[in-house]
Ligand binder design. Sequence first.
Ligand code: ADP
Ligand code: MG
Length: 192
Amino acid sequence: MFNLILFGPPGSGKGTQSEKLIEKFGLKHLSTGDLLRGEIAAQTALGLEAKKLMDQGQLVPDEVVVGMIRSALENNPQAKGFLFDGFPRTKEQSVALDKLLSEKSAAINVVLALDVTEDELIKRLLNRGLTSGRTDDVNEEIIKNRIAEYHKKTSAVADHYKQFDKVVHVKGEGSVDDIFGALSGEIEKRNN
Ligand SMILES: Nc1ncnc2c1ncn2[C@@H]1O[C@H](COP(=O)(O)OP(=O)(O)O)[C@@H](O)[C@H]1O
Ligand SMILES: [Mg+2]
């Protein structure tokens, strides 16, 4: 199995690049944001709880997202690898993910971190908000909350994987195709 985390702040291009990477490398895309938005659309109890937090730019509790990932791993026993997008978002989620993968005799092979300046993130998210229908994208204050949550809680995920020498930084500004080329090159170095 080859498992990768596509890491970076909100608006760094994880979703955009994930679509291209899963196609090229035959990985299963697991985006906790997409899974949660699916729960909201289906109006489940979990979705209704999650929406309140997401609309404030806050993280959903670790147990909830780890549970969704556990089910997704169980439901895809044949996958040749997973691309995690928007997960893990806390140190605790990282530890839980490593444990779930170790039960499958697997591990995270690489963390690809997209680097984008804060001004560019805000610009992209406000722009995405014009068409995405995402209620967390419309207001600059909520966007700033999300970026602050990222610095406060999610940057610990990179620190966790750095101790295993698994983090590679890639410039997340420039054309979508150039960034895709850089990410693909890093995967090819490790996936053979
Ligand atoms: N290389 C890029 N240059 C400019 N805009 C981009 C680039 N990659 C993605 N975007 C735009 O930025 C926004 C956020 O991208 P997205 O893939 O949804 O990020 P994330 O999943 O990390 O939040 C989207 O509106 C997307 O169209
Ligand atoms: Mg996304």
